[in-house]
Ligand binder design. Structure first.
Ligand SMILES: *Cc1c(COP(=O)(O)O)cnc(C)c1O
Length: 401
């Protein structure tokens, strides 16, 4: 189609490729392979003389609809879907980097991204350097020498720290680096990294895109030349391909992404304001609140504050666990972006493995809770949180041994 549609339209219509049956919904091509009319067509396909699906590790019509929809939504030239968000991050990094290269990353990364940068890359002779993502001086220092890649997450997990994407992209490009942004927390609706100067955007489709807790998925988006020449051979030959079934679930999830994310943002903002008024809470982090240390930057590069709220409960781990265990509506779960509200204690779950020293550097305390705000009635959520905060404040007598 020649007309340029807005995101809400792309989410419903983008990439739709109907079969000769004229089905309304996106068709699910749950097939591993494809057949040819004859041996000549097979030969021509493998010679790239004709366009024909070969094998679902390389490409699949349902997965292709998802890739096209995500590319249109992001304003990217090309997209490759992957089995998980981590497969997307891993493929984006490992397809591009080689021994002797250097990568600079913001320290506040999703746990497994942190592991890839700190532990996996050095094994292959790739130097990795962490900086505090909010500190432009540290980026300047780290990018004062030739660098192959920059990886950043904004807002970050779990402390919702912002990186100035446009400023870092400028420094990174001067150092020769490709800039990869993990945009999971913002979603393609709230933040547009490519327009801010990033080269590659990665997603976990598991989070808001499915958004209903069903499937894992991931995506890498960027320029056509990089995707086709660098990323695609890596994915075709190493095989982190997305199941057509999961692609189909995510396609249907995308149709309601804007409705869900808009409402979840409204709920999250209200929950953050409620928490900030409570005595049991010593600190609330929500990007659009005036007490967020980077509110100005958040408002400049995002269109809403997001669906996550992070806060500290007074009284450390004990009080925090009393709070979490007293939640009736909100579930204790390390997932996020779901229509169900989910709370996690990063110090003992998602960020247990980074170690106490790194947690302290990231600002993750024993009383820190990350709350992924869902689609329940916000009054019910606030009631649930209020009851649980009351429970946190009351020290429970120790059960007799
Ligand atoms: C969940 C997540 C990932 C990894 O995605 P999976 O689908 O779980 O593999 C990467 N980055 C961020 C910010 C995430 O929230």
């Amino acid at each position: 189609m020649s007309r340029k549609f807005r995101p809400a339209t792309q989410l419903v219509r983008g990439g739709l490729s109907r079969s000769h049956h004229g089905e309304t919904a996106e068709a699910l091509f749950l097939t591993s392979g494809f057949v040819y009319d004859d041996a000549e067509q097979a030969e021509a396909t493998f010679k790239n003389e004709v366009q024909h699906y070969q094998y679902s590790r390389f490409g699949n019509p349902t997965v292709a609809m998802l890739e096209e929809r995500l590319a249109l939504l992001e304003g990217a030239e090309a997209c490759k879907a992957t089995a998980t968000g981590m497969a997307a991050v891993h493929a984006a990094l490992l397809s591009h980097l080689k021994a002797g290269d250097r990568l600079v990353a913001s320290r506040a990364l999703f746990g497994s991204c942190h592991w890839i940068v700190s532990t996996l890359l050095p094994r292959y002779g790739i130097e990795s350097v962490f900086v505090d993502g909010a500190d432009l001086e540290q980026w300047k220092g780290a990018l004062s020498q030739p660098t192959a890649m920059v990886l950043l997450e904004s807002p970050s997990n779990p402390m919702l720290e912002m990186v100035d994407i446009a400023a870092v992209a400028k420094l990174a490009h001067a150092a020769g680096a490709l800039v990869v942004v993990d945009n999971v927390f913002a979603t393609p609706l709230l933040q547009r990294p490519l327009e801010l100067g990033a080269d590659v955007v990665v997603y976990s489709c598991t989070k808001h895109m499915d958004g209903q807790g069903r499937v894992l998925g991931g995506a890498v988006l960027g320029r056509a030349q990089w995707v086709n020449e660098v990323l695609l051979p890596f994915i075709r030959n190493t095989g982190p391909s997305l199941s057509p079934f999961n692609a189909w679930v995510v396609l249907k999830g995308l149709e309601t992404l804007k409705l869900r994310v808009d409402q979840m943002c409204r709920n999250a903002a209200a929950v953050a304001d409620f928490l900030a008024e409570r005595e049991e809470v010593s600190r609330v982090l929500y990007p659009f609140r005036p007490d967020h240390p980077q509110q100005k930057l958040a408002m400049a590069q995002m269109s809403a504050g997001g669906t996550l709220v992070t806060f500290d409960i007074r009284g450390g781990k004990d009080a925090c666990f009393r709070f979490m265990n007293a939640l009736e509506l909100v579930d204790v779960s390390n997932n996020l972006g779901d229509s169900k509200s989910l709370a996690t204690h990063p110090a003992t779950t998602t960020h247990m493995r980074v170690g106490a020293e790194e947690r302290a550097r990231l600002g993750i305390g024993e009383g820190t809770v990350r709350l992924s705000v869902g689609l329940e009635d916000v009054a019910d959520l606030i009631e649930d949180l209020a009851i649980a905060l009351d429970a946190a404040a009351v020290a429970q007598p120790r059960a007799a041994e």
